[in-house]
Design a protein around this ligand. Structure first.
Ligand SMILES: Nc1nc2c(ncn2[C@@H]2O[C@H](COP(=O)(O)OP(=O)(O)OP(=O)(O)O)[C@@H](O)[C@H]2O)c(=O)[nH]1
Ligand SMILES: [Mg+2]
Length: 212
């Protein structure tokens, strides 16, 4: 019955709710926390460096985690490790001196088993600065063309102006491998909450699942 609801809901344009654990990494100062809170709050926060304590991490200290809803997907964005289906890698596009260090960091992160199946979204941040390198140049310097079969995309962004951030999430929402595993129609109450508006549709659903 769940599968029938899923099929019909899809046909009618209802999207399943998906939760996606997403890891956000990048060199210190590249703008991870600023991006996270720009997406979460739509606003700029004054950030301090995010320090991860070496010994133990009390919940909520030393890392940031926020849930960001984009279309039907809830991205749980962490800036600390764990198995994830998506990696967001943030680069300071104006920092030419550290771009090879950023390349090492990216390839080191991607060697981790926890990211074996992750899609990679590179955010070329700080595009509001006049000396920012364009995405194409950063893609070369990070060796993105060597990533083989893994889905990847680079997006020019500015956490300050918000430029490009949702375009990046849009690409991710379309390119997560085995996305269905993270989605569920289990809570179909949102379909039925439209009862007054779409009675006809509801009757169709009820017929399809054998309620009528
Ligand atoms: N011009 C400009 N500055 C930015 C942008 N995004 C972040 N910054 C600045 O870059 C600095 C570092 O930003 P954070 O968000 O703290 O960087 P982070 O990657 O979280 O750094 P760590 O927590 O140390 O790893 C701050 O001074 C931000 O205001 C941007 O899009 N444009
Ligand atoms: Mg930070």
């Amino acid at each position: 019955m769940g599968a029938k609801i899923a099929r019909l809901a899809k046909r009618l344009g209802f999207l399943p709710q998906c939760r996606l654990r997403t890891l956000m990494v990048g060199l210190d100062g590249s703008g991870k926390t600023t991006i996270l809170y720009k997406l979460k709050l739509g606003d700029l926060l004054k950030t301090k460096p995010t320090i991860v304590p070496v010994v133990s991490i009390p919940y909520g200290a030393g890392f940031n985690v926020e849930s960001i809803q984009y279309k039907n997907i809830c991205f749980d964005v962490w800036d600390i490790g764990g198995e994830s289906k998506a990696l967001i890698f943030v680069v300071d596009s104006s920092d030419r001196q550290r771009i090879s260090e950023a390349r090492k960091e990216l390839h080191w992160a991607l060697a981790d088993n926890e990211l074996a199946n992750a899609a990679v979204l590179v955010l070329a941040n700080k595009q509001d600065l006049p000396d920012a390198m364009p995405a194409s140049q950063i893609a070369d310097k990070l060796g993105l063309h060597c990533l083989g079969q893994r889905p990847w995309f680079i997006q020019n962004v500015s956490a300050y102006t918000g430029q490009g951030l949702y375009e990046g999430l849009h690409w991710l929402s379309d390119n997560i491998p085995n996305m269905e595993d993270s989605c569920s129609y289990n809570n179909c109450s949102h379909i039925f909450s439209f009862r007054n508006k779409i009675d006809v549709t509801l009757v169709e659903i009820e017929k399809e699942v054998g309620m009528l």
